[in-house]
Structures are given as structure tokens and as C-alpha cells.
Design a protein around this ligand. Structure first.
Ligand code: URA
Length: 230
């Protein structure tokens, strides 16, 4: 298999990030530095990253976390803050988050050591629906504001795709988006004059938060992983 793919399967990074790791000269195969991500390797080739031998594909796991506020969703934080990876105590698995939630956003976040799956879940082509509950300022939305959110609002990085939007009650919206731009829900709500005061993601594709208290995580079952892949 291609070297970058091998690294992704081994949990080093996503496939694209693994290509950069290879090009940076950090990978050796049988003791020789290889900078071609397409080099053909297998578990017997002796692949090492930064001098550390990889043992071939580690068991692939996908974890669902109910992210609390105040925790960053990167694998490592340069300011020493607590990360979502710190919350998942799963020895031996090098997990990284599938996409990001803002530090003050709570709710469902997946983590995995399966770089290929992570990349697919985030790829715009698959338009995986993500559902959010947003507490917003300004009371009830006008029919016009609701229509704008549903049909698309103009943001500085372009118009948003059609979204499912329901006003659960005054000041509480449920939005289902099929794209995942940075701070998208907050920017959409700002654009119609209702700033977000609290944001929770309740669904990601076929998964929801049921049974998962804040700060808790669980491994997905093989059937759930299959449904995600589908
Ligand atoms: N939209 C946002 O504004 N923030 C998030 O964390 C996720 C979606």
C-alpha cells in the first residue's frame, strides 16, 4: 500500500497530513529516508516516523464524546489548554478529532485513529448532516430571518447551502447543516441579527448524543461504524 495510506492506517495522521510528514523527511523505510508518499510498503517494510518504528495498522477505533465547554478540539494545544483527546482515556490509541467544535461549543464530537475515515466524514462531497441547538439572543425570529437561514445567507466566504432550521421555541433554534465551515452556525445567526449565546451539536450523521453525559465518551459499536461509513 502507499506509504501515506500506511501511515494514516497506523494512526499517524490523516492521509493528506501523512503526505506532508513524508515530504518533510521524517519517515524512514528500512532505515532509509523516503520522501515519496506513494512508495509501496507493507507491515514488513520497517516503517518508522521520527525514528519510532510503526507496528503496522493499529486497531481502528471511533469514539463519540460529549464535549464540554472550555476544552479545545485539537489533538494538542499550543497554550497548554485541556483538549478533547485528554478526555478520552483509551490506552494505545492515538486519536484525533473528526473536525472541530469551538472551545465554547458543547456536544457530539467523534475522535478516531482512522485517518481515512476522518477525511471521508469531513469531505464536502458526502454532505454529512450535522444538527445543532443554538440558544440565540433577540427572541423569536421573523419569518424572513428563518427563510434566510433555510435558503442561504451571505457570509464573507460565500452563501451558505440550504439548511434545515426549526424554531423549537423563542430563543432556541435547531439547525441541520450539510457543510462545516468555521464558526458557521454562529456566523449564520449573526447574519440574521440573532447572536448565538450557547451552541450544542446534537447529531453527527447517523449518531446522536443519547446516553452520553457531558464530558463522557464511548466507543462506537462495529454496526455504528458501518453506518457512518455508509
Ligand atoms: N458552528 C459554530 O459556529 N461553531 C461550532 O463549534 C460548530 C458549528
Amino acid at each position: 500500500m502507499r506509504l501515506a495510506k500506511f501511515l494514516a492506517h497506523a494512526g499517524v495522521a490523516s492521509r493528506r497530513a501523512a503526505e506532508d510528514v513524508v515530504r518533510a523527511g521524517r519517515v524512514t523505510v528500512g532505515g532509509e529516508v523516503i520522501t515519496d508518499p506513494a512508495r509501496d510498503v507493507d507491515a514488513t517494510s520497517g516503517v518508522a516516523v521520527d525514528g519510532r518504528m510503526l507496528e503496522g495498522p493499529e486497531e481502528r477505533v471511533v469514539v463519540a464524546l460529549n464535549k464540554p465547554s472550555g476544552v479545545v478540539s485539537t489533538a494538542r494545544d499550543t497554550h497548554g489548554r485541556r483538549t478533547v483527546v485528554d478526555l478520552v482515556d483509551l490506552p494505545g490509541a492515538r486519536l484525533y478529532p473528526v473536525g472541530r467544535l469551538d472551545v465554547d461549543t458543547t456536544g457530539l464530537l467523534l475522535l478516531t485513529n482512522d485517518g481515512e475515515l476522518a477525511e471521508r466524514l469531513l469531505h464536502p462531497r458526502y454532505e454529512l448532516p450535522r444538527t445543532y441547538r443554538a440558544r440565540v439572543a433577540g427572541g423569536r425570529l421573523s419569518p424572513r430571518a428563518l427563510r434566510a437561514l433555510r435558503e442561504g445567507v451571505e457570509l464573507e466566504d460565500g452563501r451558505t447551502a440550504p439548511a434545515g432550521v426549526r424554531e423549537v421555541r423563542a430563543g432556541l433554534l435547531e439547525l441541520t447543516l450539510r457543510e462545516g465551515r468555521k464558526r458557521q452556525v454562529k456566523r449564520m445567526c449573526d447574519a440574521v441579527g440573532h447572536s448565538v449565546q450557547a451552541l450544542e451539536r446534537t447529531r453527527f450523521g447517523p449518531l446522536d448524543l443519547r446516553g452520553l453525559a457531558s464530558g463522557r465518551w464511548r466507543r462506537l459499536t462495529p454496526a455504528e461504524v458501518e453506518r457512518l461509513r455508509a
